[in-house]
Write a protein that binds this ligand. Structure first.
Ligand code: NAG
Ligand code: NAG
Length: 314
């Protein structure tokens, strides 16, 4: 009984305590629910702010750089990007079927095979290994024979005389002629030209660029420029890449500098990029940060007075 009574007496106390505990629990649950909600809100806010900041970052910085073609993609057909022609061509004689009336750029991975590009790369390596610039940018021009040496140029054909036949073969030159003809046809097709009215012009050369700092202005390849301003005879410029961006060298992307956007082309062995040479195609090459970048510049004119012949072994 006593036990029972005690029990009965104690029960209300117990239940009061239990109620308190329950209330406490409920309060704690409620407050933990509130803090969970607050945490979630904070997290959402954080995500939003991070998103906003990176959006602003990419909008204000990176968004002005667009990749026209990345190294990772292989184009199955030319990527064409047309722009309005500048007035530059009006200062020169008009050659129907050749003088640019349609302007822009195109990139193609189908003009030259990987195997052909690799052969040209070896040709470039052999030729350029004979000398090279003290600065980071060396050139070899098979037409004139010009080769960077120290702070100037030598004529490989005169300098190495008959020994040059140990470096270059007739087959190398045949391949070079064949490829430059195919690039010419690709340009004619994209810009609607008569390829028989187009001529090779100078300079047309191999380039080898590494990260060594410039020693003379010849080494300063990275300045923005317009080919038709630098070389009045140019109407179309083409580049054949002989090494891979990101694998063999860093930096060194080609950049079309449009009024509100920089558009890059990432070099890939065998990739051909070509464009009308006027100020609608202001461009630069980024400084090479590491590794070695090989390419060939092949230029075309509409003016037969500025035409040059295919190169041939002397
Ligand atoms: C870059 O090439 C030059 C030859 O033109 C060479 O002397 C130099 O060591 C090279 N630099 C690097 C960083 O490989
Ligand atoms: C394009 O690149 C150049 C050189 O890096 C830079 O000065 C210029 O501001 C860039 N243009 C745009 C629109 O981002």
């Amino acid at each position: 009984m006593t036990m029972q009574r005690r029990g009965i007496i104690k029960n209300p106390e117990n239940s009061a305590i239990e109620k308190k505990i329950k209330r406490g629990n409920a309060q704690r649950q409620a407050s933990s629910g509130r803090s969970k909600a607050a945490m979630l809100l904070l997290l959402l806010l954080l995500i939003t702010v991070t998103g906003l900041v990176s959006w602003m970052y990419f909008t204000w910085t990176d968004d002005f750089t667009h990749t026209l073609v990345s190294r990772g993609e292989i184009l199955t057909q030319p990527r064409v990007f047309m722009v309005d022609c500048s007035e530059d061509y009006k200062k020169y004689k008009h050659f129907p079927g050749c003088t640019p009336t349609k302007c822009g750029r195109a990139i193609s991975d189908n003009v030259v095979t990987l195997e052909e590009a690799q052969r040209l790369r070896r040709l470039a390596e052999r030729g350029l290994s004979l000398a090279g610039s003290d600065g980071g940018a060396s050139i070899l021009d098979l037409h004139s024979g010009a080769l960077s040496m120290g702070k100037q140029f030598v004529n490989v054909y005169r300098y190495f005389k008959d020994d040059i036949r140990d470096v270059f073969t007739e087959e190398d030159f045949e391949l070079y002629r064949d490829i430059r003809g195919r690039i010419q046809n690709a340009i004619a097709e994209i810009f609607g030209l008569d390829s028989t009215q187009m001529y090779l012009t100078k300079p047309t050369f191999f380039s080898r660029i590494n990260s060594t700092s410039a020693k003379t202005t010849h080494d300063e390849y990275w300045h923005p420029h317009i080919d038709k301003e630098t070389y009045g005879s140019f109407d179309y410029t083409s580049l054949l890449y002989l090494s891979d961006y990101g694998l063999e060298f860093g930096g060194g992307r080609f950049v079309f500098m449009d009024p509100n956007t920089n558009r890059t082309v990432e070099p890939l062995t065998g990739r051909v990029s070509f464009f009308s040479s006027g100020s609608e195609n202001l461009h630069r090459v980024e400084k090479v940060a590491w590794g070695t970048r090989y390419a060939i510049t092949v230029s075309y004119t509409c003016d037969p007075d500025y035409a040059i012949d295919n190169p041939s072994l002397p």
